[in-house]
Design a protein around this ligand. Structure first.
Ligand code: SAH
Length: 350
């Protein structure tokens, strides 16, 4: 434990470790290591963001996808997935409901659905920004060309989430078909950042073939890329994918990594993800208590929620958005934090 403490202290001080040192921290996870990292993470989180938790209204605009990622329930080859796509009117209706509930960020997420070309997306983004100028629009729609990202930015989009999935190219190729590669994924992230998006990367914890070495590379990637947001959550098997029989990721390791990421990059916007809440009843609260500061409740229309099944048992319970927000508010209050109604941008002032 002495060495673990030393490494966490070093990380806290200089925000950087060698890959082998990250690997050591990961391989030597223990309750003690977790609470040591957590304590430091909480300190930094409170310095930059106090006890506020930012909320983002997640609108799952389409589960139609041209890609075939082996882990994902809405992959192209899953013939059992019943497909849908929201109309512009549906999306605006979600925003209207979300705005009334206090959301000031809308996240449009979906499969890589060619129907949502630049013309259609820019039209939707412009309309949202015209109706709700004080709100942020975040996109999470996969890999596109730099020109496309530029058009989306010019239309008013503020942020873009694109998890890098793994920073090891060999591991990347075990999670994705041959037409997808790490180099492209990272280029997209570089393009997004250069265009001025608040940019988010991230990965699944416990994805098949992940090792302490690949995870160490993920941490190094985050250290160097300095994303504005970072989404991590446990891998959860989906029964109709090639990874159906793989074990789910560990909640504990996810919590430990959340703390380490907060220490590496203190200002990062770090969500306690739905996947974490799916594997553990208090997953999202524990995420917040480990250093996360964002929660992304679902604002998608009730009818489609069960269809956006990235993994088995994804929390969707068909709750009304208002009900689930109330529930989240209660849970956050209980642990001594408060839900913020601001846009919740990344801090650039200090
Ligand atoms: N098409 C978009 C959005 C993907 S869904 C894109 O490519 O960015 C958002 C994230 O869900 C993915 O990046 C992936 O990390 C996560 N995800 C997909 N399948 C999952 C699974 N089985 N378990 C846990 N997380 C999963």
């Amino acid at each position: 434990m002495e060495k673990v403490k030393q490494l966490i202290d070093k990380l806290y001080k200089i925000r950087s470790l060698a890959i082998d040192e990250y690997k050591y921290l990961i391989e030597n996870i223990s309750e003690e290591a977790m609470s040591y990292a957590k304590e430091k993470a909480i300190k930094l989180r409170e310095f930059y963001y106090g006890k506020e938790v930012f909320i983002r209204g997640l609108i799952e605009i389409s589960n139609i996808c041209k890609n075939d990622c082996y882990y994902c329930g809405i992959r192209k080859s899953n013939k059992l997935c019943s497909r849908y796509r929201l109309t512009k009117e549906d999306i605006l209706e979600c925003c209207k409901e979300g705005y009334a509930l206090g959301f000031r960020t809308f996240v449009l997420q979906g499969g890589e659905d060619p129907y949502f070309d630049d013309r259609r997306l820019t039209d939707i983004i412009k309309e949202i920004k015209a109706l709700y100028p004080e709100c942020a629009v975040t996109l999470s729609l996969g890999e596109r060309t730099k020109e496309s990202y530029k058009a989306l930015k010019q239309a008013g989009a503020d942020r873009y989430l694109l998890r890098h999935e793994t920073a090891d190219s060999n591991h990347y190729s075990k999670l994705h078909p041959i037409n997808l590669n790490l180099k492209n994924r990272v280029q997209c992230l570089i393009d997004l950042k250069a265009l001025g998006f608040q940019t988010g990367c991230g990965f699944m914890v416990g994805s098949p073939f992940q090792t302490s070495e690949t995870l160490a590379k993920d941490l190094k990637f985050i250290e160097e890329f300095k994303p504005d947001m970072c989404g991590i959550g446990p891998f959860i098997a989906h029964k109709d994918t090639p990874f159906a029989s793989y074990e789910n990721g560990s909640v504990k390791l996810t919590l430990y990594l959340l703390s380490l990421i907060r220490i590496i990059h203190p200002k990062v916007l770090l969500p306690a993800t739905t996947a974490l809440g799916t594997l553990n009843d208090n997953g999202r609260e524990n995420g917040i208590l480990s250093g996360a500061n964002v929660i992304m409740p679902n604002l998608s229309p009730k009818e489609v929620r069960k269809k956006y099944m990235l993994y088995d048992n994804k929390k969707s319970d068909g709750d009304e958005a208002a009900e689930s927000l109330e529930e989240i508010k209660k849970r956050i209050k209980k642990i001594g934090y408060t839900i913020s109604v601001s846009r919740g941008d990344v801090r650039k002032d200090i």
